[in-house]
Ligand binder design. Structure first.
Ligand SMILES: Nc1ncnc2c1ncn2[C@@H]1O[C@H](COP(=O)(O)OP(=O)(O)OP(=O)(O)O)[C@@H](O)[C@H]1O
Length: 779
């Protein structure tokens, strides 16, 4: 026993070590056995337990591993002879084992004559990759060697006897990087990807039991040294699809004997600051707990240039937005030089990177990485280089280029692979141009498309609610109110709408938060944090109705790309998105990883045609296959369902919404009015003229365009404080009243709904779809 008298828990070995554990020191193969077939030994129980109630005795068993399969079933695995005869467990049920070749299907492409010109350069890189692969195998082999003496430092003097088939003996077999006592996750599904023990351990720590499809297919290709264009639906784990091979590469460099000068191995470009930080965060989480960890730094606006320059000097992996990166790279030759030696250039959300005004800087970065000379280019040189054949510039040091997004099209690969790069489209017009500029090392980068039929996440259900153009607030409130336990993200097309909807919903008692690009970074982060935390507050008198209600984030498209907030169950498109891709990315904030979610489009009559077009475009491939009936009611085969929200309930909510809207308009108009007045007063003072608000009001009331809005604004501003007080009291009364359809007073009975009761009580997580007439049961 250890000095502290506590028995040490056995270190949990990784299920990823399954095959290693298969043959233990006694040489006999391990197999799964029935619990009754184990060699249980009775232990002498101290006398003090003789009279203990319900205590029948104690038995121990040795040399047994407990293994959980992917479905969570527990198996007992041992090499010891069976105490009782038992049926032999099937090979396949027992362990996955390490495979040399990945089982997942791979994209293959035949080498063209042009491609051969690059093959010698490639083969050198691939030879290096093979060497690294061999290294990994050797490291694994050495981990399969008979147990080393126990590391007493780690055992705290706990001298567990060295029995051949002791259940604790696996402590000794835990290789470097497996020293986490808390890991109890079966990562055997990752074994075909041929990752190192350290990385398997890191993945186990994240509790990711299975690689996603894009990870299964991309990781081996990247580790073989190929350029990859990866397309996979939102939330499908693209970050780790490129992140894991990068970290693996970094780890293999650490074990190499040659002392290399420290320089970054990967540069990852992302279109937004939030996304860059999120990717860096994700990689840091992956690396947390590794014996030595790469220094991952994010380079975006918002931090001082000097600080980021200092960070860049020690960085192993850099994640950044093109603007800030180019600012640093173009001013600092040393940084530029070190970036020329990177092994991986990753372009995440490539299609947005092209659109969002980042393209110029991104293009500069690509060119600078490939240029050999270090002197500043003159304008003449620049234009000459721009005209030159792209293939003249060669990626430095065998750099691999990896491009990922949920939205780009197969035609791109055909262009790249079939016709050669010279046939690609003209400047600045398309993603193809970006890819042309990327200067892939391989003539035909591997194009991995894990969702060629549908761009949408597998567990996403889509619906449309048809409503009047001026009824969107009412329908939005109805949808949100009827699903208080769903964490919801509402997208609008304008900052003004976010500013209006947040107080409106708050006046209606819902926990709404804002997110748009006009907010300062701190306020943005605070909104996201409060949104994440909502629904878990302890109920008090003040939040009686909303303590259990999950938050509602009202956002512009700033939140559409990449944002990975766990637990978003519902996305509502208050406005129809401007493009099909926006719809895909917005909807992709829910149903991420293995979870499910719902996306609902609020569609007014004016939006019907663009909505039809958008849905048809998003589901074009699926339509060609199965022919979805895009908006016809409730057919199981439909892709996008028309939701028949119960109009009786909506009608009963109308009065609340009208009142809340008047209240919101009045307070916003007053706020704007006092801001305007302050501004006018200041301007008048500066000009040395007298400020007369009534004269100004008269002058500004004309009958031209926008006069209706002005009049309404003036009316709203004219609402007195007393009138607002009355409105508030009335709204409070309405919110306190039961809402039902008139059929029954009973909550969820005969189609009647008590919305307040719904907010106040019990688990309503599956409310969506249970109410007769709500029409969501088909989603
Ligand atoms: N193998 C895995 N098993 C379970 N969860 C995973 C796995 N890989 C990644 N995840 C988790 O899935 C979520 C989505 O991953 P990620 O953000 O990389 O998706 P994405 O494909 O880049 O999405 P988007 O296109 O929206 O940017 C993250 O929370 C991540 O931690």
């Amino acid at each position: 026993m250890p000095a502290d008298g506590k028995r040490k828990l056995p270190k949990a070995g990784l299920p990823g070590q399954a095959k290693r554990r298969k043959t233990q020191a006694n040489g006999a193969p391990k197999r799964a056995v029935n619990v009754d077939a184990l060699s249980w030994k009775t232990v002498d129980v101290p006398e003090m337990f003789d009279d203990a109630e319900g205590f029948y005795g104690l038995e121990v068993v040795e040399g047994v591993d407990i293994v959980k399969d992917i479905g969570g079933t527990v198996q007992f695995v041992t090499a010891a002879p069976a105490a009782k005869p038992e049926a032999h467990a099937e090979e396949g049920d027992e362990f996955g084992g390490f495979d040399d070749e990945p089982k997942a299907p791979m994209e293959t492409s035949q080498e063209s004559p042009q491609a051969k010109s690059k093959s010698s350069e490639l083969s050198a890189v691939q030879a290096k990759r093979k060497e690294q692969k061999k290294d990994r195998k050797d490291r694994k082999k050495s981990q399969k060697q008979p147990p080393k003496p126990v590391d007493t430092d780690h055992q705290d003097g706990d001298s567990e006897p060295e029995l051949e088939s002791n259940v604790f003996s696996k402590i000794e077999k835990v290789p470097e990087g497996y020293e986490d006592n808390d890991i109890d996750v079966d990562v055997s599904q990752w074994e075909p990807l041929d990752l190192s023990a350290q990385l398997l351990s890191a993945i186990a720590r994240l509790k990711f039991m299975t690689p996603t499809l894009i990870q299964q297919r991309s990781i081996p290709e990247i580790m073989e040294g190929h350029d990859v264009i990866g397309k996979a639906s939102t939330g499908s784990g693209k970050t780790l699809a490129f992140g894991i091979p990068i970290v693996e590469n970094w780890l293999s460099r650490q074990s190499s004997s040659s002392e290399e000068e420290r320089s970054p191995i990967a540069l990852i470009l992302a279109p937004t600051r939030e996304l860059a930080h999120q990717i860096a965060d994700h990689l840091q989480k992956l690396c947390a707990g590794l014996k030595s960890t790469p220094y991952v730094c994010s380079v975006t606006g918002g931090l001082s240039l000097q600080k980021q320059q200092r960070q860049l000097e020690k960085a192993d992996i850099i994640v950044g937005t093109p603007g800030r990166l180019w600012e640093i790279m173009s001013a600092n030759t040393k940084t530029l030089q070190s970036l020329r030696n990177i092994q991986f250039l990753v372009v995440d959300e490539a299609d947005r990177l092209l659109k969002d005004g980042h393209f110029k800087e991104a293009q500069e970065i690509f060119k600078a990485l490939d240029r050999e000379e270090t002197h500043e280019r003159t304008e003449e040189e620049s234009s000459e280089e721009d005209e030159a054949d792209e293939t003249d510039e060669t990626p430095q040091g065998g750099r691999q280029t990896l491009v990922f997004s949920a939205t780009f099209h197969k035609g791109l690969q055909q262009k790249l692979a079939g016709k050669g790069r010279s046939n690609l489209m003209g400047e600045g017009e398309s993603l193809e141009y970006l890819l042309q500029k990327l200067n892939f090392r391989e003539e035909r980068p591997k194009f991995i498309d894990t969702n060629p039929v549908s761009q949408m996440a597998e567990n996403l259900k889509e619906g449309i609610i048809l409503c009047g153009d001026l009824e969107k607030d009412l329908y939005l409130y109805s949808v949100l109110l009827l699903q208080p336990t769903r964490r919801s993200l509402v997208f609008t097309n304008s900052i003004g709408s976010v500013r209006r909807l947040v107080p409106l919903l708050q006046n209606l008692g819902l926990p709404a938060f804002a997110l748009h690009s006009d907010m300062i970074q701190k306020a943005r982060l605070r909104s996201i944090e409060r949104f994440k935390a909502s629904g878990s507050e302890a109920p008090t008198e003040a939040n009686r109705n909303t303590s259990k209600a999950k938050g509602i984030l009202i956002a512009t498209d700033v939140a559409a790309r990449g944002l990975d907030i766990p637990g978003i169950d519902l996305v509502v498109h208050y406005h129809v998105p401007r493009s099909a891709d926006d719809y895909v990315h917005r909807s992709g904030r829910t149903a991420r990883a293995h979870s499910s979610g719902v996306s609902i489009l609020l569609c007014g009559p004016k939006e019907a045609v663009p909505t039809q077009r958008l849905v048809a475009k998003v589901h074009a491939a699926a339509e060609a296959k199965g022919g979805p009936n895009l908006t016809k009611k409730s057919k199981k085969t439909d892709i996008v369902h028309t939701i028949d929200i119960d109009r009786r309930i909506v009608a009963r909510l109308r009065e609340r919404v009208v009142l809340a809207k008047q209240l919101t308009d009045a307070s916003q108009a007053k706020e704007r009015g006092s801001k305007d007045e302050n501004w006018m007063k200041a301007a008048a003072e500066e000009l040395g003229v007298e400020y007369d608000s009534e004269e100004l009001d008269k002058a500004s009331t004309w009958s031209g365009r926008g006069s209706g809005r002005k009049i309404k604004e003036k009316e709203a501003r004219g609402v007195t404080k007393a009138e607002m007080g009355v409105m508030r009291a009335k709204l409070r009364d309405l919110l306190a009243k039961r809402v039902n359809t008139g059929v029954s007073e009973k909550y969820l009975g005969s189609g009647g709904i008590d919305v307040d009761e719904l907010l106040r009580s019990g688990p309503q997580g599956d409310f969506l779809g249970k109410v007769d007439g709500l029409g969501l049961e088909h989603l």
